[in-house]
Design a protein around this ligand. Structure first.
Ligand code: ADP
Ligand code: MG
Length: 595
């Protein structure tokens, strides 16, 4: 089925290219201007799709990027006598700067708060263009020249269509290149679970800025093209109403799919022309359509085919756990285990003291168990070690180097990987992509290659795929490479999370209750996996409630109670200590299995 799709795709693209190419021959003057507008909206929508749908950053200032591009060209060509293309280049630089400014709030706030802040910035921009002398105020700027191309003036709307078409095609190709490779995978992972993405090595703050810069490049390019097409710009073109129209295009089309954004943009532009006499009702119609899409098809029109496919798959058989292969060893990473040293660690949450001067040490090739009643601070300890929390006191060293207080991605790059008590897989990434994302050890500034050395990106991608394939094979997960995590049985998801953690070639692995929810057989397989990880030299710290597993698996055990270490040593001696029994059961009988 998939192979069929793969074969059909180039044919479909070729057919689409031919249709797009001959379309102007069938259009009269009125409809060619509609087509020109539609292509500009499509370019804007692809940019918005990248920042909102792919990176998950609410951006209601896309129309301001559009404005910066258009006004940049307008001001530089009319007031300063620049040639069109030089002005266009400078306008793009201005748009990228605007992208950085609009992206700044994303470092602090997310979701609807980010929507409000970016909307505020868009309104401020609109206010500025309406009032500043340099933008011509209300009456706008006219007399913007036509862009020349190889000696040909593109004054014909028909010729301009081709310029826009080429820019859109290039924009889409680049957008897909980003989405399908390292950078896009990180952006998507960040969208699905920013916390887990950070712990897997993604520089969240940098990625958020990159997302806004990407959006601003598409927005700015659309603005530049608009100025060259219409030769006249005025504030009303960049109104908030247009921002919401753009938003409707992206949501209806499907924000997670760049094609969806294009379809939404073209569809709504055409619909708007058809309904021009019913403008008041049309607005209401879009509003209702957007609400309906958000409620009934959150992935938009573009998401419908895959929803149908997934529904059919589930009806046919679903994915069977039987396809789970056996674990065949940890792929060697060439890295040795690290010494973890936690000293006097204190973590306070307002009134609660979650960690109270915790000190412990774990050596390479050792499995250290952390046990303790619920709420005793075990997960908090992991959160501090992996950088999700900054400790209130004390420190964490890895091989003698202080890591506490560093950001999660940096700690991940130092060689710490973890799993979560409540699974945190990237829900809209396939199993293969979950693994590839964590395996990708490049820094985010590496993304300059997308512009200057795409071949390097491809090579890196091939290498990642090869290594990720090896990890999936080793963990017996090859059959699920293309599956989305939540379509898999729980036990398999747990194994995927461990495979993802191991994909980053860690020197210290933190496992937070990995056996929770597993049946007896799965627990035995888990023990085998954890032993193999230890044998590969990695230092393992394991939080576990299942005392049987702790006894059989751990070399040493540390017992936490109310945030403090109350006992430590080899499992058998620790389990016999009265303080431990007291903490667990309030009695002094031996716990066989606490939950
Ligand atoms: P465990 O994993 O041992 O069950 P946790 O580390 O999750 O325990 O929690 C330890 C204590 O810290 C609990 O009292 C919990 O309520 C508190 N705590 C953990 N995280 C936070 C947080 N982000 N904000 C406030 N309190 C927290
Ligand atoms: Mg916990």
């Amino acid at each position: 089925m998939n192979r069929l799709f793969a074969a059909r795709r180039p044919l479909g693209l070729a057919a689409l290219a031919i249709v797009a190419w001959v379309l102007p021959y069938r259009l009269n003057v009125y409809w060619i201007s509609v087509a020109d507008t539609a292509l500009l909206f499509a370019l804007l929508a692809v940019g918005l799709g990248l920042v909102m749908g792919i990176a998950g950053q609410v951006n209601l200032a896309q129309v301001a990027f559009f404005g910066v591009g258009a006004y940049g060209v307008g001001i530089l060509t009319t007031a300063h006598g620049f040639g069109f293309w030089l002005a266009a280049l400078l306008a793009m630089v201005a748009a990228v700067c605007a992208g950085l400014v609009v992206g700044l709030p994303a470092l602090r706030v997310q979701s609807h708060y980010l929507g409000i802040v970016t909307l505020g910035l868009a309104v401020a921009f609109l206010d500025w263009v309406t009032n500043a002398p340099v933008t011509g105020g209300d009456s706008g700027l006219s007399g913007i020249p036509t862009p020349p191309l190889f000696g040909v003036g593109l004054s014909s709307q028909y010729l301009y269509y081709y310029l826009e078409l080429i820019v859109l095609a290039a924009g889409l190709a680049f957008g897909y290149f980003v989405v399908r490779t390292s950078l896009g995978r990180r952006l998507r992972a960040m969208r699905d679970d920013a916390l887990a993405a950070g712990a897997a090595g993604a520089e969240i703050r940098v990625l958020r800025m990159i997302a806004f810069v990407l959006a601003s490049v598409y927005g700015g390019a659309a603005g530049v093209l608009y100025a060259g097409l219409i030769h006249y710009i005025a504030p009303e073109t960049f109104s908030i109403a247009d921002m919401f129209l753009l938003l409707a295009m992206v949501i209806i089309g499907g924000r997670q799919s760049l094609w969806g954004c294009v379809v939404g943009a073209i569809g709504l532009t055409v619909a708007q022309q058809e309904l021009i006499n019913l403008a008041a009702y049309a607005q209401l119609g879009y509003g209702m359509l957007v609400v309906a899409v958000v409620v009934f098809a959150p992935t938009g029109l573009a998401g419908v085919p895959s929803r149908v496919r997934r529904w059919r798959l589930r009806r046919r058989s679903g994915i069977s756990a039987a396809a789970l292969g056996s674990f065949s060893g940890v792929p060697s990473s060439g890295r040795t285990g690290a010494v973890l040293e936690v000293s006097g660690l204190v973590m306070r949450f307002r009134g609660v003291i979650a960690l109270d001067r915790v000190s412990l040490r774990a050596e390479p090739g050792e499995i250290l168990g952390i046990v303790g009643p619920n709420g005793s601070g075990k997960t908090t300890l992991f959160n501090v070690i992996s950088g999700l929390y900054r400790p209130s006191g004390g420190r964490v060293d890895l091989d003698g180097r202080v890591i506490s207080g560093s950001r999660p991605w940096r700690i991940s790059h130092h060689g710490v990987a973890r799993t979560f008590q409540h699974l945190r897989l990237f829900g809209n990434l396939t199993v293969l992509d979950n693994v590839r994302m964590a395996m990708d050890r490049t820094r985010s500034w590496w993304s300059w290659r997308y512009v200057f050395w795409p071949v390097g990106v491809w090579r890196h991608e091939r290498e990642l795929s090869r290594q990720a394939g090896a990890v999936l094979d080793a963990f017996g997960l090859a059959a699920f490479a293309g599956a989305l995590p939540h379509s898999l049985p729980y036990g398999i998801q747990r194994r995927v999370e461990i495979a993802r953690a191991m994909a980053s070639a860690p020197r210290l692995l933190l496992l937070d209750e990995p056996a929770a929810g597993l049946n007896g057989d799965e627990q035995r397989q888990l023990a085998e996996i954890v032993r193999a990880i230890r044998a590969s030299g990695v230092t393992v710290v394991l939080i576990e409630h299942n005392m049987g597993l702790v006894m059989s698996l751990c070399d040493r055990v540390v017992v936490l109670d109310s945030g403090a270490v109350i006992a430590s040593g080899v499992p058998a001696s620790v389990a016999a200590q009265p303080a431990v029994l007291e903490a667990y059961l309030g009695t002094t009988t031996l716990p066989s299995e606490a939950s």
